[in-house]
Design a binder for this molecule. Structure first.
Ligand code: AMP
Length: 416
């Protein structure tokens, strides 16, 4: 696989898959340009070398149809401002030959939303999965997806994928397009390289002890990751809403706490596997219970396995926070995904805050700490510690799939 640092883009047209799926307000103004700024190192390197840029991205879910609400024209000025140079716009991503032909070194062309074409995602439209003709329609769509990808590829000499957020999708622009470039002319951008390196630090280059902290509301959505991590971690902290599924599975009384009644056996199985593999499984012993799901509810601290009816556990208790911190602080590799309580309510942030503080301390002591998954990222931002951990991942679903041990199509495509 080619490496962006070693590549000289002088005189080349580079087509770059970026993730410019930024949030807009009702007037179409960008409310958070983090994703645009995230792509700048890659884009600036290409321009500085003397290359020209063809930028392609999706925005929102227009479901294969033109929809001005999702037009990338709305962010053109923001991209120009971030890059410090003018940005041309091609209003049809699959018919941009003229605009591309005129592109000179140092110039930038932004293509319209890729998902205005169903070929981008490659899913047949207007036909139900149960329809007998579905398989045929899917086959036909795969063929037109190849043509669409080939068209995108025809614009450029070199392909760079820097859209980690969609790396777990096998779409035309994230994977299929790579088939039309020689191995030496396709590569990951800097953001993708950093994300892939961060996952490697967690899964391959492990410094011990390794502590994973998995939280959030449900065990069912995290099971793939928990199972993959079980072979790797020394300490596994399970917190947040899933605490109560474990407590109930072990015969505890959990009042009105969130619980997946159909996952009690799964919880017992995780406890058993942890024992077999010598993993130190740490579950909350006490909790902050509330008499309503509200920031203003009455609260009390009680055992996580002895919660009265009418009360629900919404955060980790003081004893639990202490035990979590004691495991985290001496760790040398740390992964955090999912909050320890309903952190959106200010009165139930203590558990997540204790985890964040302990991770910051461990990082100061030389640990590699990766925080990823929407809600834990929101936590470190809320607590103002995003700059005090080693890496905050931008790629929710992609990160989780990578940690589950799955090969990301967006990464695999440029490696082949
Ligand atoms: P997830 O999407 O599974 O990562 O879960 C994140 C959500 O879990 C956040 O919105 C939290 O408010 C929620 N959560 C964390 N702890 C609890 C709890 N004890 N009871 C209910 N929801 C919780």
């Amino acid at each position: 696989m080619a490496k962006i640092d070693d590549y000289n883009f002088a005189g080349k047209k580079a087509i770059v898959r970026v993730d410019f799926n930024v949030p807009l307000d009702e007037n179409g103004h960008v409310t958070d340009d983090t994703r645009i700024r995230g792509a700048l190192p890659t884009l600036k390197k290409i321009l500085a070398d003397g290359g020209s840029l063809i930028l392609m991205s999706h925005m929102g879910k227009p479901k294969g149809k033109v929809n001005e609400k999702f037009s990338l024209a709305q962010i053109r000025e923001d991209v120009a401002k971030a890059l410090g140079t003018d940005v041309k716009f091609a209003p049809d991503c699959a018919n941009a030959d003229e605009a591309v032909k005129d592109l000179k070194p140092g110039e930038v062309l932004l293509l319209e939303n890729l998902r205005f074409y169903p070929e981008e995602e490659g899913k047949p439209v207007g036909i139900d999965k149960n329809d007998p003709a579905y398989d045929e329609a899917k086959k036909a769509m795969k063929e037109s997806q190849k043509k669409f990808a080939e068209k995108l590829a025809s614009y450029a000499d070199v392909y760079v994928n820097d859209a980690f957020g969609t790396a777990h999708r096998k779409h035309a622009s994230t994977a299929v397009v790579a088939d039309y470039f020689k191995p030496e002319d396709k590569m990951l951008g800097y953001l993708m390289e950093k994300e892939v390196q961060a996952v490697d630090n967690i899964l391959k280059d492990i410094k011990r002890p390794f502590t994973a902290i998995m939280g959030g509301s449900k065990v069912s959505t995290k099971i793939g990751i928990i199972e993959n991590l079980m072979d790797k971690v020394d300490n596994l902290i399970l917190c947040g809403g899933m605490t109560y599924t474990f407590a109930k599975a072990q015969g505890g009384k959990i009042g009105d706490s969130i619980c997946e009644d159909d996952k009690l056996d799964l919880a017992l199985d995780i406890i058993k596997k942890a024992k077999e593999k010598g993993v130190n499984l740490i579950l909350g012993t006490d909790c902050v219970a509330a008499d309503a799901f509200s920031n203003d509810a009455n609260t009390m601290v009680c055992p996580a396995n002895d919660i009265p009816d009418g009360w629900e556990g919404l955060d980790a208790g003081p004893e639990t926070r202490k035990v979590f911190a004691e495991a985290i602080i001496p760790s040398k590799t740390i992964l955090w995904n999912g909050p320890a309580g309903v952190f959106e309510f200010d009165n139930f942030t203590a558990g997540s805050r204790a985890i964040a503080d302990a991770i910051v301390k461990a990082t100061e002591n030389g640990a590699f700490s990766l925080v990823g998954g929407g809600d834990s990222v929101a936590c470190v931002n809320k607590f103002g510690v995003a700059d005090s951990v080693s890496y905050v991942s931008t790629g929710g679903g992609a990160l989780l799939e990578a940690i589950e041990g799955k090969v990301l199509p967006g990464v695999a495509a440029v490696k082949e």
